[in-house]
Design a protein around this ligand. Structure first.
Ligand code: FA5
Length: 332
């Protein structure tokens, strides 16, 4: 009997070493230690043995039972810790996944373009200037060499504000008034850029918005030439777009610069997009701000920031920028 039990115990320990889950373990526990198990049956049969054999057989049965119990305890410890590890893995929270799902917002394309423009010019030694969005005719026109009778006033499609004398207060139609405000308050040398919102009666289409953004640049120093202007624009385009965009200057006319040029950049399809105007600051404008044009020269430029964003992000239509379609904006 003891020999049979020894064999049973050897089988039990082998199977217990291989058992893979707690259900399997419970089944083995019942099989080897339960009421119908060989051990329990053997214990019952001990009474039938001769008294002199009973003790040794009893000890042997208990010893075998102890061994099986120890093997079961060991298997239980192993399986419980594996089950715990599995549970931990299943309940693990991936915090990076959660952060993704929260979806943090991002800066609007035009803000990104403006920030980048500021970085490029600050890197070239410029400071940032600002001016009000509601302007007087003096800053928006007259000080910029556009008197009331001047036909160029019409080209700015100005939105007037119903305040004071007729057509004397307006939403600024360009950022050029910041040139005047800067020169009034600051002695040359001056190196500033002034980004900001501008407004015109323009109807929205693929390249126009009634409220758009410009960035004005103004340099006033000794011995400034058209070459400095061309070099600055070149440098800025390279820094903003990388090498692949072509640029051209076209002769143009602005009352506040002489000579004046318009500045275009190449689209991927080979066509040109007008980005801004520029030129050498007109001596009258310097005089209007109390700066002697014989001593100081300057250049100025004004680019459309929304158009820069259109080019940079390869959009088909400038109106995408203001449609507020989150599915569109989320891509950038
Ligand atoms: C001006 O506004 C001049 N103040 C620029 C300037 C500054 C010239 C300094 C010389 C010296 P213009 O009207 O061309 O120029 O506008 C400049 C740029 O603003 C345009 O080339 C274009 O990029 C952008 N722009 C003009 N109107 C709109 C509009 N409705 N929507 C979007 N962008 C516009």
């Amino acid at each position: 009997m003891i020999e049979e039990l020894e064999q049973t115990a050897a089988g039990a320990t082998a199977r217990l070493a291989d058992v893979e889950d707690l259900d399997g373990l419970a089944a083995l526990d019942a099989e080897y230690l339960g009421k119908k198990s060989a051990l329990t049956q053997a214990k019952k049969q001990l009474g039938e043995l001769a008294p002199e054999d009973r003790k040794a057989a009893g000890q042997a049965v208990n010893e075998i039972r102890g061994r099986i119990e120890a093997a079961i305890a060991e298997a239980r410890a192993r399986l419980t810790s594996a089950a715990r590890a599995e549970q931990l893995e299943a309940e693990r929270l991936d915090l990076t996944e959660t952060r993704d799902e929260i979806r943090r917002g991002s800066l609007h394309l035009v803000t990104q373009a403006r920030d980048r423009l500021e970085d490029v010019f600050v890197g070239m030694g410029y400071t940032i200037a600002e001016g009000p969005e509601v302007e007087s005719a003096w800053y928006n026109f007259e000080a910029l060499n556009i008197p009331e009778w001047h036909p160029a006033r019409g080209s700015f499609d100005t939105i007037f504000v119903n305040l004071g004398e007729p057509e004397q207060v307006m939403l600024r139609s360009h950022t050029s008034p910041v040139q005047i405000r800067t020169m009034e308050n600051q002695e040359p040398p001056i190196y500033i850029v002034a980004p900001g919102r501008t407004f015109r009666t323009d109807t929205a289409d693929a390249t126009h918005l009634p409220a758009f953004n410009q960035i004005e640049g103004l340099v006033v120093d000794r011995g400034i030439t058209l070459g400095d202007l061309a070099g600055t624009i070149d440098e800025f385009v390279r820094a903003f777009f990388g090498g692949e965009v072509k640029t051209r200057l076209r002769p143009s006319y602005f009352p506040f610069t002489e000579p004046s040029a318009e500045f275009d950049i190449s689209r991927p399809d080979g066509s040109w997009l007008e980005l801004g105007g520029c030129g050498m600051v007109h001596p009258n404008v310097l005089r209007n701000c109390g700066i002697d044009p014989d001593e100081w020269q300057g250049f100025a430029f004004g680019f459309g920031i929304d158009r820069l964003a259109v080019m940079r992000y390869q959009l088909d239509d400038i109106r995408e920028l203001v449609n507020n379609d989150v599915r569109f904006l989320r891509q950038f």
